[in-house]
Ligand binder design. Structure first.
Ligand code: PMP
Length: 401
């Protein structure tokens, strides 16, 4: 008898489990809109040209495979903080930021959670309702208590701004407020610049600490600066901020696991101490991070020609998603005779669309139409082609009514 008899089967992951089910489906009409990964119009995975160029450069230089320091590649850490805040941001000049390379967005969030657990015992993290499914897992595993603030309003398929502000206000003083820097996952609904200002007001009033998850910089609007505007607005107020970054989407480096955790502090001295503790937390978890993705980012951002090419490719990816979003909306409006207003789809931003389909309707999408998606009604437009929009519109209308 096995010593592991007491271990029960774990349920499949609500997002990655969708890909497993998709692979098992033999129907030729099947469509995977579950995981957020960019596909070409032919629905094939895409490696950015600028990534291949950077990799060729790295190969020519014959880079070695020595360990990185615990905090990661220095050139990457500098590049990633500058990309986030802007190179001429006072925070950079004053050395008030602790940047540590992480295992992509997830690993960076996890490291930040470990910091919270160790140095802010009992402090709560407030997450949006709904949010990316893995946030809860991350805080649970780090033993950081969390609760939700209102975010999505099903009546308007828009932002419940009043509810959000009220809940942030009601949270115990000094809570961490998790915010999606841009392209909120799963809803695709972001606060307006005016709303961001009000959110910052309340957070400052209550002495909370903003904790940004930036997984889509440049990928939402096509502009790196525009997508970082929320974080920069908080930084400009002189606030202390946590920011997790990911290069999975904007550079298509999903499997390279490259990202960073940044802690903006009120002094260079505090930043140095925070950085030393982040390293101390990382060392027994994974010792030091992988080098390949870090070198790609450093090379792309550090070379003006490659940097320019990256921006062009990002615009291309963001543009393709916007085209698909428009075509899906047009198809829904043309086909749906019920008079339902689908314009909320056009108001959403980023790789996802929140359709408003409930669990049973989402299941109908999969079981009858072979459209794979998460049960919360989220579809990844990055996995959709113009050619498949009409089919998807048929499936959505059938599932809705
Ligand atoms: N945060 C959000 C909101 C995300 O959507 C994602 C990717 N799905 C991540 C973090 C992290 O992804 P990764 O670990 O691949 O960087």
């Amino acid at each position: 008898v096995s010593r592991f008899e007491g271990i029960a089967m774990a349920p499949p992951d609500p997002i990655l489990g969708v890909s497993e089910a998709f692979r098992a489906d033999t129907n030729e009409k099947k469509l995977n809109l579950g995981v957020g990964a960019y596909r070409t119009e032919e629905l094939q995975p895409y490696v950015l040209k600028v990534v291949k160029k950077a990799e060729n450069l790295m190969l020519e230089r014959g880079e070695n495979k020595e360990y990185l320091p615990i905090e990661g590649l220095a050139a990457f850490n500098k590049a990633t903080a500058e990309l986030l805040l802007g190179a001429d941001n006072p925070v950079m000049k004053e050395g008030r930021i602790a940047t540590v390379q992480g295992l992509s967005g997830t690993g960076s969030l996890r490291l930040a959670s470990a910091l919270i657990e160790r140095y802010f015992p009992g402090a709560k993290v407030l997450i949006s309702s709904p949010t990316w499914g893995n946030h809860k897992n991350i805080f649970n595993d780090a033993r950081v208590p969390w609760s939700e603030y209102r975010y999505y309003d099903p009546k308007t398929v828009g932002l419940d701004f009043e509810g959000m502000v009220a809940d942030v206000k009601a949270a115990p003083e000094g809570s961490f407020i998790l915010l999606h820097g841009c392209a909120h996952n799963p809803t695709g609904i972001d606060p307006t610049p005016e709303q961001w200002e009000k959110i910052a007001d309340v957070i400052q009033e209550k002495n909370h600490i903003p904790f940004f998850d930036v997984a889509y910089q440049g990928f939402a609007s096509g502009s790196l600066d525009q997508d970082a505007a929320s974080v920069r607005l908080f930084a400009a107020r002189g606030m202390e901020i946590l920011v997790a970054q990911s290069y999975s989407k904007n550079l298509g480096l999903y499997a390279e696991r490259i990202g960073a955790i940044n802690v903006v502090c009120s002094s260079a001295d505090a930043a140095a101490r925070v950085k030393s503790q982040l390293k101390r937390l990382a060392r027994p978890m994974y010792s030091n991070p992988p080098v390949h993705g870090a070198r790609i980012v450093a090379n792309v951002v550090g070379d003006p020609a490659l940097f320019g090419e990256w921006k062009a490719e990002m615009e291309l990816m963001a543009g393709r998603i916007k085209n698909v979003r428009q075509k899906l909306y047009d198809s829904l409006m043309a086909k749906d005779k019920s008079g339902k207003d689908w314009s909320f789809i056009l108001k959403q931003i980023g790789m996802f669309s929140f359709t408003g389909l409930n669990k049973a309707q989402s299941e109908n999408m999969t079981n009858k139409w072979h459209v794979y998606m998460t049960k919360d009604g989220r579809i990844s437009l990055a996995g959709l082609s113009l050619a498949k929009c009409e089919y998807l519109a048929d499936a959505i209308i059938d599932s809705y009514h």
